[in-house]
Every structure is written in C-alpha cells, then in structure tokens.
Design a protein around this ligand. Structure first.
Ligand code: ZN
Length: 218
C-alpha cells in the first residue's frame, strides 16, 4: 500500500507525465480517494507547460541576483531587528554573540594586519663548561622585558633539574628558570629573565646541588 505522503511526492512527476504505467496507476488510485492530493494536482497542472519547457541542461546556470539585492536584504533585516521585540532568552545571549562576532572579526583583522616579526637579534656568547660530560653553546636575545638565554647542549644528566640565573652588573643573581636534563640527547631551551641585556654580565647553570656546571661571562 502506498501512503498519502508517497503519492503526494509523486504528484509532480505525475503532472509532468513521468512514471511507468504501474506508478501512474498507483497515483490515480490514490487521487480517487484523496481530495487533498486532487487539489495539489490541480494546482500543479498549470505549471506543467512551463516546467516541460525547462531545459535541464540550463538549470546549472544560476541566474545572477539582481543588483542591490544584498543591500535590500540587509536593510530589511536591520529594520526587523529595530522593531521586533527580542524574547528575553535571546536578548540575554545577544551581547555574548555580538562579543564573539567582534572577537572573531578582531582575530581576522589582527591576523591580516599582523606584522611579520623581525628575526631575533641573537648574540652568541662564550660558555665555560665545568662538567666534562656537558657540551653547550648559548645565544642571548635582548628583549624590552628582559633578556632571553637560548641554550643548546647535551650531556645534562637525564632527570636532573638545572637552574639558570643571570648575573647583574651589581653582582646579584636573578632566576631565569629551570630545565630538566635529558642525557646525551640534544637539548634546546629558551630561558627568560627580567634582567635587561645592558644590565647583565653573564649567566650560570647550576645543577640540583647548586654546583655551577656552566657559566658565561659576556
Ligand atoms: Zn493524498
């Protein structure tokens, strides 16, 4: 048994003369007992001649929207937003949604406007190693907020915590962070301190017992 819904969906094809004999007979049988579908078919029939004249090959040629349509739609939306009362549960979300939109726009603008950063001005500094197992080189980078030590080396005991401190002009030592030794593998570690480059005279790397394993005097 075919349902009303199936026959309703088949009406368009029926109106255009599509379908085999059995399918068309099924539609006709349903039409006999369904006033709603008879009314639908009656509404479709005037379209038959026009639909039959449509060249399927041209259906992909989407017609260009008339000029000004986009502006007209936006103006209409704006007018509706200005007059329509917004339900409370939607109004509560509106500022959050707007904020997300603004943030997203900001991200896009920021991404587009993001300047390509200049390469960091690396300053290679000499390193004296006190531990025979350790090999290391270092560069420092002057930032506006302090000095960065870029340490590369190997032989720092795996699992041991090393502490880095920058020596200031006045002799004080300022922490620049810690790193974990990884043994014979290559270790590249960037350590940051609040000491400005012009106020720094060097840095030290201490092992977990406080022994200096590596020092640099600028
Ligand atoms: Zn029906």
């Amino acid at each position: 048994m075919s349902t009303h819904r199936e026959q309703r969906e088949a009406l368009g094809g029926y109106a255009l003369g599509h379908g085999d004999d059995a399918e068309r007979a099924a539609v006709r049988a349903h039409l006999d007992g369904c006033a709603a579908c008879r009314a639908e078919l009656a509404a479709l029939t005037p379209l038959r001649a026009r639909l039959a004249g449509v060249d399927p090959d041209r259906l992909d040629d989407a017609p260009a929207p008339p000029p000004g349509l986009g502006d007209a739609v936006l103006a209409r939306i704006a007018a509706e937003q200005a007059t329509a009362p917004v339900p409370l549960h939607r109004r509560r979300w509106a500022p959050a949604v707007a904020a997300v939109g603004i943030a997203a726009a900001g991200v896009v603008v920021g991404w587009v406007a993001r300047p390509v950063p200049d390469p960091l001005p690396l300053e290679a500094v000499a390193v004296q190693v006190a531990d025979a197992d350790v090999e290391a080189t270092a560069d420092v980078v002057p930032h506006t907020w302090g000095m960065e030590v870029q340490l590369s080396g190997e032989g720092f005991t795996a699992g041991e915590v090393y502490r880095v401190q920058v020596t200031e002009v006045d002799g004080d030592s300022v922490p620049a962070g810690e790193f974990l030794g990884i043994g014979p593998g290559q270790l590249d570690c960037n350590l940051n301190s609040s000491v400005l480059r012009e106020d720094a005279t060097g840095f030290e790397v201490l092992d977990s017992t406080g022994t200096v394993v590596l020092a640099s005097d600028f």
